[in-house]
Design a protein around this ligand. Structure first.
Ligand code: NOJ
Length: 749
């Protein structure tokens, strides 16, 4: 809080500047003119009302008076279109200035049609799917009167213990940026006033994915270089994509809670990026500054956040103190005007003043349509990652007798994953339904364990009997949906309950064993993977889990997903991510002495002086970008158009990919670059591009990427720089394979 008066002075100067800017905008920006015009008619009470976002929990009448008096700017968790229309009607027709409401909801990976969890969607590496899925989510949600979602979540994380990894696009800032921007476009369209679009919200600003120990809400310490080069990048991409709103986070960042963090909210977001959308706090995160030990009273908390840059307060009511703070001269009315303007701007840009109501027939015609369900099936299919397929165990033949076993075989609720406020398990098609449809009486079903944490062996005998009379075993296990998501963190990354014991029994039968994992996080299940002949990582695939799975299992399509996050062998390896630094003592994976090989009475330091764990070694369970298909792809002829990249130029990197197997499949081709030396040390690899191609058996395609100096930019702790020097470049199937080519970036322009 000590710095607050300095910030305040800086802020007032900034506001003067903004005021001048707004003057300029008045003449040529119609939205800005409307904002300023409305603002000029508002009383202080009406202005403060716009900053309030209330959780809808009571009867409409409870809110009526407040709405009539313009005391609420937004609701969250309001359900029912009739209800939404009624509250909009009161706000628009009965309040003095008729300002419509923002009606927000967590529409995270679908509304009624549930798509895979975001980490699953990210495994498709498809901006097209991300946009398409969120466009459907927006259309369905808007049919219920919702005009604002709290998505996309674009926090970067490399901690699978963190329950919210399920909601992320994984560990990579580039992939997260591309997918985040695509999701923003899906929600908002080219023009957010279009029918069926809703406002997006980039969250959680910023650094929340680094919660210490993967424990939700925990403290984060992120140095400037990592903040800039990793965590801020997806948010910049979202801002550039026109994301109308941002959400400040729960976490304390380097000692300052992110919902009262002037540096991130004002200096970076507003001053550097010129962002003019609105910032909403996370749930009561303004008030929580008191619990963090940063502000002493609700009034201090309000002062901290209003000055730092939070426009709208979600759930808590510390902003009720703003009138008093104004009277005491601690804040200015210009500051309040700026916050209100940010909110009104969004409402105008959404077209809510012209079109506040929702056609109540849409809820019957726009949700769960055949097209939406087909799309959900396609996205779910694309999101599943084939991790292992020995002896071409998969695909199965439809003539085979299959034992279907495991706690996620028929779990309509759990297959939807976390954050499905509006999804209904009645609409889920489970693997059991889909397998039954295809196999009829060739299917031998026995659940074995009722749910993922089940510790009763009562179902083991029936499961083993089903397996014995079948040609192949398909075990669908993993985690219930409630074991990931907000607050639901784990310290152990195993299959919960006694799934390992059942798998152990099944693996003794000598039948081909297919393991399908539905989970909200990457699990460290090396032993179970070793026992299985084939492993398909399905995440929580959503409504269409069953058909999407059988599409792949029976070979109508080849799997094509690739991991958006490194799989660790166990929690002890965390953090392990592909863009780590080299260290001064990197390990040669072929030259490590592991725990069982250490001779007795070895002397200290006899293992070599390199960086690895004596039990896990250095490799992950699976690297970032990894994923198999039913065919094989050969990468050859990686070529650069030149080995010299000029500061004002670009080079083309090409590679020939050939389908050397015998089925058609998609391949996600990845471009990585390493900057060998820098003014700060640089990661051993960074993803700079990717492309999805489809190849028939025997077909070859040349895939090309353009690399320009801007792709090589990074922040060195003081400023963004593009530094001349040597670089390595890979075009590869994952972050751990391929041979590099070298190029130099010239200093001369
Ligand atoms: C808290 C979560 O952190 C945030 O992601 C969500 O949007 C809000 N609650 C509203 O439900």
């Amino acid at each position: 809080m000590k710095n607050i008066s300095i910030y305040l002075t800086v802020f007032i100067l900034f506001l003067t500047f903004v005021a001048c800017q707004n003057e300029n905008k008045k003449t040529n920006d119609p939205v800005e003119e409307k904002v300023q015009n409305l603002l000029s008619q508002m009383t202080l009470e009406e202005k403060l009302g716009q900053l309030v976002q209330t959780n809808y929990g009571g009867e409409p009448d409870n809110w009526k008076e407040q709405l009539v008096n313009g005391k609420i700017g937004s609701f969250l968790n309001l359900s029912g279109v009739e209800h939404a229309n009624e509250l909009q009607r009161i706000a628009v027709e009965e309040s003095r200035l008729g300002i419509p409401l923002l009606i927000g909801r967590d529409v995270i990976h679908g509304f009624k049609t549930i798509f895979p969890i975001p980490l699953g969607m990210a495994s498709a590496w498809s901006p097209e799917y991300a946009e398409g899925a969120m466009a459907i989510a927006a259309r369905e949600a808007s049919a219920y009167g919702i005009n604002w979602t709290f998505a996309p979540m674009i926090d970067v994380t490399w901690d699978p213990r963190w329950g919210r990894i399920a909601e992320t696009s994984g560990e990579d800032p580039y992939l997260t940026s591309v997918l985040g921007a695509a999701m923003v476009k899906g929600f908002q369209g080219e023009d957010p006033t279009e029918d069926g679009r809703i406002a997006a919200c980039a969250k959680h600003f910023v650094g929340y994915g680094m919660s210490e120990a993967g424990r939700d809400y925990n403290t984060t310490y992120i140095p400037e270089t990592k903040l800039r080069n990793v965590h801020l990048r997806p948010f910049k991409a979202a801002a550039d994509a026109g994301c109308l709103t941002f959400m400040s986070a729960f976490n304390d960042l380097n000692g300052v809670p992110t919902s009262g963090n002037y540096y991130t909210l004002q200096t970076i977001l507003r001053d550097e990026w010129n962002y003019n959308g609105m910032v909403v706090s996370d749930w009561a995160s303004i008030e929580q500054q008191i619990i963090h030990g940063y502000t002493e009273t609700p009034k201090d908390a309000a002062l901290s956040s209003i000055v730092a840059g939070v426009d709208m307060e979600m759930a808590s009511r510390t902003y009720d103190n703003l009138g008093e703070l104004l009277a005491e001269g601690k804040i200015t009315e210009e500051l309040i005007n700026e916050r209100v303007a940010n909110i009104l701007r969004v409402k105008f840009k959404m077209g809510l003043f012209d079109n506040p109501y929702t056609d109540e027939t849409y809820q019957n015609t726009r949700v769960l349509t055949n097209e939406s369900l087909d799309y959900a099936r396609k996205v779910a299919r694309g999101s599943m990652v084939l991790l292992k397929n020995e002896e071409q165990t998969l695909p199965l033949k439809k003539s085979q007798k299959v034992a279907l076993i495991g706690p996620l075989t028929n779990a309509p609720h759990d297959q939807m994953g976390t954050w499905v406020f509006d999804g209904d398990e009645k609409n889920s098609i489970t693997p059991l339904t889909a397998f039954t449809e295809i196999l009829g009486n060739k299917l031998n079903y026995a659940v074995g364990l009722e749910y993922s944490r089940d510790k009763s062996k009562a179902g083991f005998a029936a499961a083993i009997a089903a397996a014995k009379k079948s040609d192949v075993i398909v075990f669908i296990g993993g985690e219930e949906s409630s074991l990931s998501g907000e607050a639901n963190c784990r310290a152990v990354l195993n299959l919960p309950g006694i799934q390992d014991e059942l798998l152990n029994e099944l693996s003794k039968l000598g039948k081909p064993l297919v393991l399908v994992v539905m989970a909200g996080r990457p699990l460290g299940i090396g032993e179970q993977i070793a026992q299985a002949d084939a492993v398909l990582y399905a995440w929580h695939p959503g409504t269409m889990a069953g058909p999407a799975l059988t599409d792949l299992i029976f070979g109508d399509y080849s799997p094509s997903g690739k991991l958006p996050v490194t799989f660790v062998k166990g929690a002890g390896q965390i953090p392990l991510y592909y863009y780590h630094k080299n260290t001064g003592k990197p390990t040669d994976p072929n030259n490590m002495i592991l725990i069982d090989d250490i001779p007795r009475n070895s002397k200290q330091l006899s293992l070599g002086f390199t960086s690895f764990h004596i039990d896990y070694g250095i490799d992950p369970l699976f690297p970032f970008g990894y994923g198999l298909t039913y065919t094989t792809f050969e990468y050859s002829d990686v070529t650069l158009s030149s080995n010299q990249l000029a500061m004002d130029g670009s080079i083309e990197a090409t590679c020939t990919i050939t389908n050397t197997g015998n089925c058609t499949a998609d391949e996600i081709v990845q471009l990585y670059v390493r900057d060998l030396f820098g003014s700060i040390t640089r990661p051993v690899k960074e993803l700079k591009g990717f492309k999805k191609i489809t190849l028939e058996p025997g077909e070859s395609k040349v895939v090309s990427f353009t690399v320009s100096p801007n792709d090589l930019e990074f922040h060195n702790g003081e400023k963004y720089v593009i530094e001349p020097g040597k670089f390595h470049l890979w075009i590869a199937k994952d972050a751990a394979s391929g041979e590099y080519e070298e190029f130099s970036l010239d200093s001369a322009i």
